[in-house]
Design a protein around this ligand. Structure first.
Ligand code: BGC
Ligand code: BGC
Length: 607
């Protein structure tokens, strides 16, 4: 009997808990530890997945096959699953990836606005729908596990992950996070199964303090060597337990209520202790008090940060409550170290049993034993028109109008329109980090519609659209309206930690150049967070915060020309100066408060 057939004995006619118990009773220590191991796809062959009975394989940011297409993704992940099914017990694996704004590593997938933009929509129903669409695109490529949603509550917008949060307020994050989980995990719609969501990063990742990010000389990793930028990401959360429980914990309660079955632990620390070592918060609070019965996954190489001695790292993390380890490279070393720890009595067999049981229970609940594969018949839906329509709608809803002195809506019949800024015609800048590559990239990284293409598509045949990325229009050229699109360069994680969020002088210069050619100037900003725009605001007649809208830039022109109203509300307080970051002093007022956003009627009238 092959392994898969023997495991299949346990999948019919028996209640799930009993099936897992029966399976566990057959498993060796090595097989249980195999389930607890998650490996990055370039670091393991399918053969080794079968030999070690590996529980999970992941693609990190940019962990793409070559060429990068939905079909090659499906082929890659299918090979790993087939290998897992060839292991002695044929336990299916969970293939995981970060589909944090759509299935964003895949060229051709639908790229939605990053969470900050979705927070601006204030619409959980929309977020749920996006979750469902993302699940379809993931399942088309056999990816069953999404490391999303990020339910951080960012308290300092200098943080390079601020845009991964839905906003600065706990209630908004909790509501939107729960909606995303429901969408991803909801089966139905003709689908056999759904995707496993992962709330991250437990807990307080959004509450760390500038300058507190640690450096770990013992970690030899490119990312750590480049890590000098890391200033606040992965740092220390200060504040007492009351604050922790009030601000950062509630989204996890909401996530558990929404049915989340995996939670990723944060790189950050609290009270000088890394969360990956924090038995109180992982085991006592989350699994005990909050009753979380799913499993905990560590973050990328995060256990290595706990101590220079890897044995200590493994023992500490597993005993603190981690169930699966995102190793992600040297899985043999992890497996042998954990095996040794059990043999020496430093990790109890009961802890291993509990971890394996949690992982297998979730796999059972998902129906993975019955349906270990996704569904390649969904491949035509990856990046489909219907999915892109939903993304375009999300873009429309996410735009926050900060200023409008008669400039908007624009008339389609405007005789001449000047457009400038490199970002106006750049899908990569529209998408930001976590798009095709971990850090994101400028340029035509994936199919999509740029803002400029959207404008060209929408204006009347008689309208002349002039595009000059650097705003150096011929001296004689004048127009009723000019549009400048500015953007932050793409970034992800600590690489985006930025001490000074002031708009660069070159952006101000661009605005001034275009200003001299037009009656009315509209500025659109692509950014993962508010930037300091106080000096530029007087130069423009309208200002739109567009966040990181993703692949469907037409959503912006839809609203600009008045087909749809502006309705987004600020998910973050908009500071007047750097002195108001991280928090605006009580005696001061921000440039725009949380929740601000001008509205226009259908048809575009300002109200
Ligand atoms: C990976 C990312 C990961 C990061 C961690 C990158 O090389 O591609 O997925 O989050 O390393 O630092
Ligand atoms: C990030 C996680 C991500 C993981 C895998 C880490 O560096 O912190 O958010 O899920 O990499 O890519």
């Amino acid at each position: 009997m092959t392994g898969y057939q023997s495991a299949s004995l346990y999948k019919r006619h028996t209640p799930p808990a009993e099936r897992v118990t029966a399976l566990l009773s057959q498993m060796t220590l090595a097989e249980k530890i195999g389930q607890m191991t998650q490996v990055e796809k370039n670091s393991i062959t399918p053969e080794a997945v079968a030999a070690y009975g590996i529980g999970s394989v992941l693609s990190g940011g940019g962990g793409n096959p070559t060429p990068n297409t939905p079909e090659t993704w499906a082929r890659m992940t299918r090979r790993y699953q087939e290998a897992a099914l060839r292991s002695r017990l044929g336990i299916p694996l969970l293939y995981g990836t970060d589909a944090v704004h759509g299935h964003n590593n895949v060229v051709g997938a639908t790229i939605f606005p990053h969470n900050a933009g979705l927070g601006a929509t204030r619409d959980p129903e929309l977020v749920e729908r996006i979750g469902r669409i993302t699940a379809v695109e993931l399942l088309a490529t056999h990816v069953h596990w999404n490391f999303a949603p990020c339910v951080a509550v960012p308290q300092d917008i200098r943080w390079g992950r601020a845009y991964e949060g839905f906003g600065e307020q706990t209630g908004l994050v909790a509501q939107m996070g729960a909606a995303a989980i429901r969408g991803l995990q909801e089966a139905g719609n003709g689908r056999r199964q759904a995707v496993l969501a992962c709330a991250k990063h437990y807990v307080g990742d959004g509450g760390t303090v500038w300058g507190s990010a640690g450096q770990y000389e013992w970690i030899q990793d490119n990312w750590q060597r480049a890590g000098s930028q890391y200033q606040i990401d992965q740092g220390e959360m200060t504040g007492d337990e009351t604050m922790l429980r009030a601000i950062h914990l509630p989204p996890y309660r909401a996530a558990i209520e929404a049915g989340v079955r995996s939670i990723m632990v944060s790189f950050s620390s609290w009270g000088g202790l890394k969360l990956h070592a924090h038995k109180y918060l992982l085991t006592d609070v989350l699994k005990g008090e909050m009753g979380f019965t799913g499993f905990l996954i560590s973050d990328w190489m995060a256990i290595d940060q706990l101590d220079p001695d890897f044995y200590t790292c493994v023992v500490t993390a597993v005993n603190a409550g981690l169930d699966m380890i995102m190793v992600p490279f040297d899985y043999r070393r992890f497996i042998s170290t954990l095996t040794q720890a059990v043999e020496k009595g430093d990790v109890s067999p009961t802890r291993i049993e509990d971890a394996a049981r949690r992982i297998l229970t979730v796999k059972q609940e998902m129906g993975l034993f019955e349906h270990p594969f996704g569904d390649e018949s969904l491949l035509p839906q990856v990046g489909s028109q219907a999915h892109r329509q939903a993304a375009r709608e999300a873009v429309r809803r996410s735009l926050v109008l900060l200023k409008n002195e008669g400039a908007l809506p624009l008339s389609r019949q405007t005789p001449r329109l000047l457009v400038s800024g490199a970002a106006a015609d750049d899908v990569g800048l529209q998408c930001g980090g976590w798009t095709i590559e971990w850090q994101g990239q400028s340029g035509p990284v994936t199919p999509g519609t740029t803002f400029l293409a959207g404008v060209r598509d929408m204006v009347a045949a008689e309208t002349a659209v002039y595009y000059q990325p650097d705003g150096r229009f011929p001296a004689h050229l004048t127009a009723d309206a000019g549009i400048v699109v500015l953007s932050e360069p793409p970034y992800a994680e600590g690489a985006g930690d930025r001490a000074d969020l002031t708009l660069p002088a070159s952006d101000i210069a661009l605005i001034e150049r275009v200003r001299s050619h037009c009656q009315q100037l509209i500025v659109i900003l692509y950014s993962g967070r508010p930037l300091i725009i106080t000096d530029c605001l007087p130069h423009c007649d309208a200002f739109i915060a567009a966040w990181l809208p993703g692949s469907e830039g037409q959503g912006i022109s839809d609203v600009l020309f008045g087909d749809y109203p502006f309705s987004g509300k600020l998910p973050f307080t908009w500071p007047r100066s750097m002195n108001q970051i991280p928090a605006c002093p009580p005696e001061d007022s921000p440039l725009f408060p949380y929740g601000y956003g001008l509205t226009t009627n259908e048809g575009g009238e300002a109200i």
